[in-house]
Design a protein around this ligand. Sequence first.
Ligand SMILES: [Zn+2]
Length: 72
Amino acid sequence: MERTVVRCAEGHLFSTASFPMQHLRDGRIGPGRLMRCPQCARLRSAVPADLAALSTEQISKALRREAMEFLA
Ligand SMILES: [Zn+2]
């Protein structure tokens, strides 16, 4: 399953299996999606990370750290 690497508002990298890009245009919560960051352990606005700006190590770590919860 394809995973999306996302970055929370605090800069933590993690991943989610289902980042609904089509919902970004709703504009309800701005450019990000509310997710429970596994490091903040609280809801954060997360946006897709720019993979070109990350090292392969950062990406592989993020892929192993999955979002604890996804709010549709
Ligand atoms: Zn975080």
